[in-house]
Design a binder for this molecule. Structure first.
Ligand code: MG
Length: 159
């Protein structure tokens, strides 16, 4: 069996009045991620992890933020395209693990819902997908809820 590991990272500023969409879930929170797309840093980090594992370039190259076509796009549709491209190469997901670091919104109450949504988008069972929320402990530039940082690691396989 051919197996590959991929790592993704993304960072978005949180701004007042933006819808707060993370991991394909809408949070009830006064600030949301800024971005050319909907700013879903979780789906972006996951997409980059998958693309990296498969050796398929990266999200910014496939869907450039200079192209108006991707303005305000639902990041779930970008991830679905990534999943499609991996499938074309014969790759399937073994497992995915994600860390979401932010001082708001709280991730824990929505973890189960997010894992289920990610399972739908990735055609995977929930036990193959994990999500954890962390805070910055009030330290550094992202303290005070100014942003969200996400790390994702995945394993993919092809027989
Ligand atoms: Mg991004």
């Amino acid at each position: 069996m051919n197996i590959r590991v991929g790592l993704g990272f993304d960072l978005h500023r949180l701004e007042e009045g933006r819808p707060c969409i993370l991991g394909g879930i809408t949070f009830d929170h006064p600030k949301g991620p800024m971005g050319h797309s909907d700013g879903d840093a979780v789906l972006h980090a996951i997409s980059d992890a998958l693309l990296g594992a498969a050796g398929l370039d990266d999200l910014g190259t496939l869907f450039p933020d200079t192209d108006p076509k991707w303005s305000g796009v639902d990041s779930a549709s970008l991830l679905s395209e990534v999943v499609h491209r991996l499938g074309e190469g014969g790759w399937s997901l073994v497992n995915l693990d994600v860390v979401i670091a932010t001082e708001g919104p709280r991730i824990a109450p929505q973890r189960a819902k997010m894992r289920a949504r990610l399972g739908e988008l990735l055609h995977a069972t929930t036990d193959a997908i994990n999500v954890k929320g962390k805070t910055f402990e009030g330290m550094g530039a992202l303290a005070g809820g100014t942003g969200v940082a996400v790390q994702a690691v995945c394993l993919i396989s092809k027989s």
